[in-house]
Design a protein around this ligand. Structure first.
Ligand code: HEC
Length: 222
């Protein structure tokens, strides 16, 4: 009699524990899956947001590169990236000298090479998650694809295909004919079979760059 009561009590306790454990198991598996390395409760890592380009068709919202601007801002210029790089390429301006372009609002504008370099140094130029040009085309020609160094003025001027570090390679800038240049081709066209070039540049993304120039434009424009 006494033993029977004890059996019932132990039975009840074991059944209760079994229910609790399986409940915990269900909760764990449903939130973590079948894994022992669940880190759902880990703190979220705060990351610096990566800047993105806004398509030209949207009203300028002030999140553009490299500095914020809108059509209403008279102190900066708005220009599609490919036109901007092209204006620099045909200008053949020295590294520190200004070059000129006409922006989306018809303003005469000026900028310098470092404004162009910024573009090659930053990710997402060709849409979300695209790598910075320089992460592949770095100054180390032993690893840079096509022996192309986009990390400096000298590197860009020296061109691509510089096997064995030779000082001069294939011209990138089209020798005055921007649309015939290698750089234009590799910015504007998708190259589905070349890693890093699956996406083309967002052709209509506007850049906020440079400053208005009061004067007659001295260089041919692309
Ligand atoms: C993920 C790596 C990667 C990234 C990022 C990348 N490229 Fe390339 N790029 C390549 C590869 C690979 C080739 C082809 C190499 C070959 O044909 O031997 C190439 C070729 C080129 C060429 C042609 C050179 C030639 O002589 O044929 C140009 C110009 C170029 N890239 C410019 C750029 C620019 C501008 C960017 C940034 C907007 C960029 N690349 C980003 C990997 C990359």
């Amino acid at each position: 009699m006494k033993d029977d009561v004890r059996k019932y009590i132990y039975g009840a306790i074991i059944a209760f524990l079994a229910v609790v454990l399986s409940w915990i198991g269900i909760v764990y598996v449903s939130s973590c899956g079948v894994t022992l390395t669940c880190n759902r409760a880990a703190f979220k890592v705060d990351r610096t947001p990566i800047p993105t380009l806004i398509p030209a068709t949207l009203p300028a919202s002030g999140v553009s590169l490299p500095s914020a601007a809108s059509s209403a801002n008279p102190d900066t210029c708005r220009v599609p990236i490919v036109n901007f790089v092209g204006a620099w390429a045909v200008s053949e301006a020295d590294e520190a000298d200004p070059f000129y372009f006409v922006d989306e609002d018809g303003k005469n504008c000026e900028a310098v090479f470092s404004d162009v370099q910024v573009l090659f140094n930053q990710p997402n130029l060709r849409g979300a998650n695209s790598l910075a040009c320089v992460s592949c085309h770095s100054g180390d020609l032993t690893v840079a694809p096509a022996q192309l160094d986009l990390s400096s003025y000298a590197g860009i001027m020296a061109g691509s295909r510089r096997e064995g570090n030779k000082p001069k390679g294939a011209d990138l800038l089209g020798d005055g004919d921007w649309k015939a240049s290698l750089l234009y081709d590799f910015l504007i066209n998708e190259k589905t079979n070349i890693p890093g070039h699956e996406q083309a540049l967002m052709a209509d993304s506007l850049l906020s760059v440079g400053k208005p120039f009061a004067g007659v434009l001295p260089t041919p424009l692309p």
